[in-house]
Ligand binder design. Sequence first.
Ligand code: ATP
Ligand code: MG
Length: 451
Amino acid sequence: MIRKLISRVLGRKVRDPQRAPAIIAAAEHGLQREQISRACRRTVEALQEHGYQAYIVGGAVRDLLAGLTPKDFDVATSATPEQVRHCFRRSRIIGRRFQIVHVNMGAETIEVTTFRGHHDEGSGNRAQTDEQGRVLRDNVFGSQSEDAARRDFTINALYYDPTSETIVDYHHGVADLRQKTLRMIGDPKTRYREDPVRMLRAVRLAAKLGLAIDPEARRPIREMGGLIENVPPSRLLDEMLKLLTSGHAVRCVTQLREEGLHHGLLPLLDVILDQALGERFVLLALESTDRRVREGKPISPGFLFATLLWHEVLAKWEPLKARGEPAIPALFVAMDEVLEAQAEKLAITRRIAGDIKDIWALQPRFEQRTGKRPYGVLQQPRFRAGYDFLLLRVESGEVEAAVGEWWTGFLHASDEHRAAMLLPPAPGEAKRRRRRRRPATGSDQDRGLAE
Ligand code: ATP
Ligand code: MG
């Protein structure tokens, strides 16, 4: 009765997920079997031949319908992880938050997930949560309709069967995608409480696909954004990396800010975006990242985070220098402080942190254009990243254009020309160096950096 009333008011059918889903034929959805990778099709077919239900699901179906090339293909099946393993010789169970199976098919790895069930209040199937309601573990298997209901957005709950070329759609995902709406499955507040990362996913997917977040799903973000603080830092790092390397980083960050998600919870974006020079620098960095992603060039997380955090380093470094601290040790103090503060929220790995520091530590060395020093800088393993970073600083107005031009010239010049480019030592510099009686090889800076 109510369902009928709502459907009359909204002018569309309200689907009960427990009832039969819409089965959308190829002629209507337009997706073709050949658009799915061969390895993925073979995985699905093998599972079906063994008598299990199997579909391509999630981001791949969504992206293909939206005319984008999927990053990867995920398979959902009625087979348990053990049963999947028995279907494929080259497969193994991966036990992360959920148990999934990696099937190796040629050069590709296909992720196969068993349909997840829901956890009923009061039953033994209750998911484990923290005090805020965040789901910690839920590894209950279920039916396809239950699996669909557990997914986050309607456009992510589409199941494509390459054999019949139909799409199984429990939640109007195909219609929502056509109407360019990102709609949450179920009550948005409950779903954000279960997993606050869904707020970041909403922003990322809306930006990537050019969708409007449905007001119901958008409204609670402002008040619930703080819950992201409870998300484990490693998961936050994964999601931030996805967001920043999506090829739509500028749009994502702009939208994060509109939703109030850049404040407090992501120290990375906090402060930086609120300073004119910092904002310009970050936006330039993100634009260049987006360009690289679109051109299919690799992105270094170290470079990305180095740009996002640079103005925090400056904010700590400048006062230390102003107090008379020597520049290089002061830079290292500032770098460590910024990275430590960041580590509490975002688990930047040791390797990424090493890359970040290398890039930052090169920056003062670009100012030294006398004697042998520039040759030493050219030899640094992270020279290229450091130089690209310098050019961004120039573009944002932080560093004089002449410095960037000099390095571009020096990089491309012949040996002879390079020697002619070196600036004369500053008055008193040669004398100072001699007095310190440092060995002829290795400048002050080299030592400073190696320590
Ligand atoms: P992309 O791969 O482009 O980042 P995606 O939607 O495929 O986007 P994945 O993290 O690969 O993202 O997740 C695959 C699918 O799993 C999603 O499409 C969605 O159905 C489901 N999913 C992922 N994260 C969540 C979540 N936090 N809550 C509920 N469902 C999720
Ligand atoms: Mg995916």
